[in-house]
Design a protein around this ligand. Structure first.
Ligand code: NAG
Ligand code: NAG
Ligand code: NAG
Ligand code: NAG
Ligand code: NAG
Length: 437
């Protein structure tokens, strides 16, 4: 399969023509991405800082998917033995624990308090309307508890940017005047005073036996009253997390492993539109070119560095297309919007690990370009041969030479300079779009 197959004059004409048709196809997306976090890459230092105290930090960014919905991502970092104070959740939240360990406590159905210990690799979901708080453990290794969370945005559980992802219990309670509170809670005046007069605590505090602790205890007591007339709390035991690091990978070979979690293997995601994935590419490997017809993938780099190539599909502007090849490192967020073919590669010197959230409103099957699972395998070979203006044999060779679709060896020559990869990916993709039209 020579390169000339992809660069013959006919192909270029086809490419141009197809770019035009795609332009129309992708216009809706174009209009939507003019706002926040629209690009495929958000560097770690570009995140917005929401909280920064000596006990922890919270930063955030927004991502817009290919279907006009906005997703809010938050990155919580708690120092060992710190406490993220109770908040009322405004939207469904799905999170992943990147490092450290701790305990998540939350309230469901008014009077039931649940707790679950979380550690590295765990994922969990809390529903909109839950009140929760998180305490990081004082483990001997003193690792920070790092949590990456996404807030769902669906019709049933919309994310409203104006009201944010959650509000602190503290603020909710203090918003009322003392008489109302006293009448509502039927507690002594001094308790109300203590709650409302105390200095306002930051979102993250030290969990040790200090002044804040007293404040925290008061708040917990208050929360208890606030949640139930009887003041009783049931501690439930039947909660468990799902550890993605210990889950069976979907694909595993010498080039890495890829694990996905959806409502099928984790009950808690049942009526959620969010799935998770974890990809660990060993040195010099590649996640094969693919795209999602129905979902947007938002990935966060956990370890190492990598190169991401995204096919510039919404405009024929060469100078912008060049931007679609970028290096990512720990803490960066990169997005694969719907219909945008992308491949991720690790360098020769280190493995490249990223996890992410995928959002979909319908069933999504990622489409891979190469190998046995290639979408091209299902198309008529003759039609393909004509599309590329090559012989049947060339198409046969193209599809037969690679057995794997997903995790591949990364050819260094390709990574460094080749554009034919782009052309071939774009072309095939465009042919498919055309067929779909
Ligand atoms: C296909 O390619 C051959 C040369 O490789 C060229 O002669 C022929 O004109 C091309 N066909 C079309 C339809 O462009
Ligand atoms: C990724 O794989 C490498 C090599 O197999 C391993 O050393 C590393 O711990 C893995 N990282 C994660 C986050 O699973
Ligand atoms: C292409 O990009 C260049 C540089 O970013 C810009 O000056 C030019 O107007 C763009 N052309 C189109 C058609 O968008
Ligand atoms: C690995 O190689 C890349 C690209 O050459 C370089 O940017 C990066 O710093 C290297 N990483 C390590 C750990 O040496
Ligand atoms: C391609 O295959 C079809 C059907 O098998 C055959 O009719 C056609 O002649 C073949 N074309 C070439 C160029 O081999």
């Amino acid at each position: 399969m020579g390169e000339k197959d992809f660069t013959s004059p006919f192909s270029f004409l086809l490419l141009l023509f197809l770019f035009l048709s795609l332009f129309l196809h992708a216009k809706a997306f174009d209009e939507d991405v003019s706002g926040v976090g629209a690009g495929p890459l958000v560097k770690k230092e570009e995140r917005r800082s929401l909280v920064a105290t000596e006990y922890g930090e919270i930063s955030a960014t927004e991502i817009i998917d290919g279907m006009g919905a906005l997703y809010h991502l938050q990155f919580l970092t708690l120092e060992p033995n710190s406490l993220f104070l109770p908040v009322l959740l405004h939207a469904d939240m799905v999170f992943f624990v990147n490092t450290g360990s701790g305990r998540l406590s939350w309230v469901v159905d008014q009077d039931e308090m649940r707790r679950v210990n979380v550690r590295r690799g765990d994922i969990y979901r809390l529903q909109a309307g839950s009140i929760f708080y998180i305490q990081s453990s004082l483990a001997p290794e003193r690792q920070k508890l790092r949590i990456y969370a996404i807030f769902a945005n669906t019709e049933e559980s919309p994310y409203e940017q104006s009201i944010g992802a959650y509000s602190s219990i503290n603020n909710l309670v203090r918003g009322f005047d003392k008489k109302v509170l006293q009448a509502a809670f039927k507690v002594p005046e001094d308790l109300i005073e203590a709650i409302t007069e105390g200095t306002k605590a930051p979102a993250i505090v030290h969990a040790g036996p200090t002044k804040e602790k007293t404040l925290w205890e008061l708040e917990a007591r208050f929360l208890k009253v606030f949640l139930s007339d009887t003041g009783g709390m049931v501690l439930s035991k039947k909660t468990r997390t799902f550890n993605i690091l210990e889950a069976d990978p979907d694909i595993e070979n010498c080039y890495g492993r890829s694990t996905t979690v959806t409502r099928k293997n984790f009950d808690l995601l049942k009526d959620s539109n969010i799935g998770l994935f974890l990809v660990n590419l060993t040195k010099g490997s590649m996640m094969g070119p693919h795209w999602n017809p129905m979902a947007t993938e938002m990935a966060i780099v956990l370890q190492g560095q990598g190169m991401v190539r995204a096919v510039c599909s919404s405009s024929a502007n060469e100078s912008e297309c060049k931007n679609m090849r970028f290096m990512v490192m720990e803490g960066d967020v990169f997005t694969v919007p719907r219909f945008h073919p992308m491949a991720q590669m690790s360098f020769n010197n280190d493995s490249f690990v990223f996890m992410g959230f995928s959002t979909t409103r319908r069933r999504n099957h990622p489409q891979f370009l190469a190998g046995k699972r290639s979408v091209l395998q299902t198309l008529d070979k003759e039609v393909l041969a004509v599309s590329f203006n090559v012989t049947n044999t060339t198409i046969d060779q193209l599809l037969a030479s690679q057995a794997d679709s997903i995790l591949l060896e990364c050819d260094r020559k390709y990574v460094r300079k080749h554009t034919s990869f782009f052309y071939s990916t774009t072309l095939v993709y465009l042919v498919l779009v055309l067929i779909e039209l």
